[in-house]
Design a binder for this molecule. Sequence first.
Ligand SMILES: *Cc1c(COP(=O)(O)O)cnc(C)c1O
Length: 426
Amino acid sequence: MSYEKSKALFEKASNHLVGGVNSPVRAFKSVGGTPLFIDKGEGAYITDADNNRYIDFVGSYGPLILGHNNPIVHEAIVKALEKGTTFGASTENEIVLAELVKEAFPSIEKVRFVNSGTEAVMSAVRLARAFTKRNKIIKFAGCYHGHSDFLLAAAGSGLLTLSLPGSAGVPETVVADTIIVPYNDINAVAQAFEKYKNEIAAVLIEPVPGNMGLVLPENDFLQKLRELTSANNILLIFDEVMSGFRQCFGGAQTYYNINPDITCLGKIIGGGMPVGAYGARAEIMDMVAPLGPVYQAGTLSGNPIAMAAGIATLRLLKDKNIYKHINSVTALLADGIRNIAQENHIKIQVAVFGSMITPFFNDHKVTDYETAIKSDTEKFARFFWTLIHNGIYPPPSQFETWFVSAQHTEADVQTTLKAFQSAVNS
Ligand SMILES: *Cc1c(COP(=O)(O)O)cnc(C)c1O
């Protein structure tokens, strides 16, 4: 396999784009080497600039649950495009997509569409603060909610230490109201509630975190979180930008049967076009402009092309057989990896949620950020490159979730497992 064209393009890109990319993980920093440039995608496959073909487990980091270039989504985009790209006025399809979102998420009565997950969560927190007239936000270590300043906070170890900014350029004052606690630790949440009584607006969580690799909620953690927030009149915000429509026609809230106060969506609901959304019951959403005092706007919000792609995607996802297929193919992959690991005495912890999967090179079960970062990232990097050389394209970081699409087949899983076995042997 040659990677010469990708290498040349990356070199050229580096003269014009920061680090040669427009989003940092694409630079392959955590696995070394040069990133691949992708030419095209079809179904479960992508082809790079050197004409190497891969089974793709990135799926553009989440949106492409139907695989690349789904013909029905493609047609919907083309049809919308023929009418123009954007009007800065309302179009009927915004209602149609809102209805589909509400059908899937009964906790939502009204929706606002934005252009990214980042915008959705940033706006949801603004809304929660306005609704409760409080400022503090609880966030969980290792959960990612986009790159708005006050959510780029990483905690020092231990409970309730002052939040430190997770990025240069974020003043400490901006993250001063962001309280970080460990995921899956309900006692830490209770202690924070006690310490900051009547100051906390909302608990913000990825109900099934996928941004430290995939981590699952333990026991009744989410249920307890719902009870505790309700008892303290604190809003519960589920960031389902990644987990939404991932396991069923709904979200983690559907699977775990929990009604959050505000839900954030993105990725899948745009069918591969830039989109985000936040929604809640009317009492909360009606605080947003033009009805209420919470300002939030967007030149391209509710963009016709994105709406069309989202509608086509969600309509297809209403077919339960799709989830049956994706979830079983993903489970097959998980079992296969576990078997290979066991037979070869390598410690791999495999987490699965619907079509999301992360193999952690870790001796112990991963339950939060602290345990996730104990994973062997060097071993992951070695596996990554062997998989690439065998025509498999996993995410280029131990801490990104792999995504299986409706187009992946059992045969693709077998090919992937063969490559995994080669990685073990090499
Ligand atoms: C991807 C993601 C975001 C950010 O979405 P963008 O569209 O990249 O801004 C926010 N929250 C979660 C849980 C995500 O996975």
